[in-house]
Design a protein around this ligand. Sequence first.
Ligand code: KIV
Ligand code: ZN
Length: 500
Amino acid sequence: MNDKLFIFDTTLRDGEQVPGCQLNTIEKIEIAKALEVLGVDIIEAGFPISSPGDFKSVEEISKVLKEPVICALTRAVEKDIDVAADSLKYAKRKRIHTGIGTSPYHIKFKFKSTQEEIIERAVASVKYAKKYVEDVEFYAEDAGRTENEYLARVIEAVVKAGATVLNIPDTTGYCLPEEYGQKIKYLVEHVKGIHKAVISTHCHNDLGMATANTVSGIINGARQVEVTINGIGERAGNTSLEEVVMIMKSRKHLGIETGIKTQNIFKTSRLVSSLMNMPVQPNKAIVGRNAFSHSSGIHQDGFLKNRENYEIIDPVDVGINESIIALTARSGRAALKHRLLNLGYNVKDEELQVIYEKFLEMADKKKEIKDEDLELLAGNQESTGPKLIKLEHLQIISGKSTIPVASVTLNVDGEFFTSTESGNGPVDAAFKAVKSIVRHKVRLEEFLVQAITKGSDDVGKVHIQIENRGKYYYGFAGNTDILTASVEAFINAINKIVQS
Ligand code: KIV
Ligand code: ZN
């Protein structure tokens, strides 16, 4: 029988602490609902004392959600706990997450206190929270840098006070996997009564070890993991939900099961990314754009012989329709033949060789070869070719106390179309104008603006990802005018729908 691992999602609390990722209540409810569908066990909905907005979000999420436990964060302060309890009043299942720093740094420099006093405050906060709820989780902040013997004393005291879950955060992402695992093991072996509570990991990614540390914690006895979608969170982020869940699913010998409906992972990742304005890095494990894309000839050949030669996860398991064979100058004949077959060209070996040579010539000039290009290479000169769209004219009115308005003229295969739209901001207005001209239904998934170097006269680079009929298209443009670059990147992505 496998052990159940509880998934505690803190995207809406630790994740939301990231500058620029703040959400309004409606957006938080949308993410919370998606997390419920995904099957997370506990949702940390916010830190209610921190702002009226956070309080309201916890309250509203508590009203709407049925299945997951709704958790609210507090410091070891009575007022925080009062407010958290109030924010949770509508929750069907509720938890208060209280705690205090236990490392020498926190005790000396943050609290100017002593080890004994910290234990007293920890115990008092757990007892106080117990007056409101049965389920009280205790966090020993900076446990990663807390000496094990002292940590064990703190944990034993809060277990005695009634804590049901024991969170051992590596707040600064400092631990090595071996060290973090040993810390959990030490607590399992030295804390009296620890079996009455669930041990939880909470790892940050400052040294890129959050997932490794979390897995080490699980191996050594933790049965709850605190994670975020896409690994979003303070500084370098938290442990990512999708990584831990897929590790447990693909490494069965660990004997751990989660209740996550993994087919919803990709969808949830993109929802969080777009609502939080936080693009997912292309090479991000499990959910990055390139996570299931094969580009080198050797890999493509091996993949086409048997998917498992180069993939340890079936993309369908995380909600991605299929793997991508990107045709580039590094692709071999096997990948080319496979794609031609998909297009209905069953070519003989000699013909393939001729097409392959033309393909390499084209691939040297063009980054990626699309189906439309292959049609031409395969001799289908009758192909009418895609209707390519070009930005002809862009005028935007925007500024403080002004409703942004954009007027866009597009050249669609020689015909000119103009549209004017208003929007939330200049980019929104311009994208709406483009969308009103082109027929494709597109949803913006990623939007990233970068300056090439520093200085206000720089070229801005814009990366965009859009979704159309379940497929994702990437667009890029650079311009000294970032609004023009944004619209050109958007059009670049739309042109790829036409070409695919
Ligand atoms: O990283 C951390 O220590 C935390 C606690 C507040 C749980 O986020
Ligand atoms: Zn944290």
